[in-house]
Design a protein around this ligand. Structure first.
Ligand code: NI
Length: 177
């Protein structure tokens, strides 16, 4: 079911989400279905449960390669529950982000370039990946939602924050999360 995505200003986006304790349940399957339907409808790169008002540590993300955005790397469709993020090294990289909870805007956000992350899939099976660049950025953005952090809160230079039409007139931009 397509759900309403909460927008910045809603206090529910600022709460710290709770870990999932039971896997492979109908409730978890229904939540993941709603996240997938909502993300697909909005053409997003990722979506976190708190964005649809569910305070659980569940995110989904995935990006198909698209000739319209050759600079965007493919990310496999992923369900990540109770994630743990471990930055590798100290290198930060600044790049543009958008968010379905902050529609119409983009901001330049510093993120760890290299990252190891682990967590559970919807069956409760643990997995781990080591990633970099865009994939690492999307994971950091999504997992921030579980701690009540929206990307504008991480922008260091607020001159690099604004409306898409004003920042990138006439350009076709990659999906937001
Ligand atoms: Ni977001």
């Amino acid at each position: 079911m397509i759900r309403e995505v909460l927008r910045m200003g809603d206090a529910r986006l600022l709460a710290v989400a709770e870990p999932v304790e039971r896997f492979a349940t109908p409730e978890l399957a229904a939540l993941l279905g709603d996240l997938r339907d909502t993300m697909a409808q909005l053409n997003g790169a990722g979506l976190a449960a708190p964005q649809i008002g569910v305070g659980l540590r569940v995110v989904i993300f995935g990006v198909r390669s698209n000739p319209r955005y050759p600079q965007v790397e493919e990310i496999p469709d992923t369900v990540l529950i109770n994630p743990v993020l471990e930055p590798i090294g100290a290198e930060l990289e600044e790049d543009w982000e958008g968010c379905l909870s902050v529609p119409g805007m983009r901001g330049a956000v510093p993120r760890h370039r290299h990252l190891r992350y682990s967590g559970c899939d919807e069956q409760g099976l643990r997995f781990e990946r080591t990633v970099q660049g865009f994939h690492a950025r999307v994971v950091q953005h999504e997992c921030d939602h579980l701690d009540g952090i929206l990307y504008p809160m991480r922008i260091r230079d607020l001159t690099k924050f604004g409306f898409i039409e004003a920042l990138f007139p006439g350009q076709d931009l990659p999906p937001e999360d």
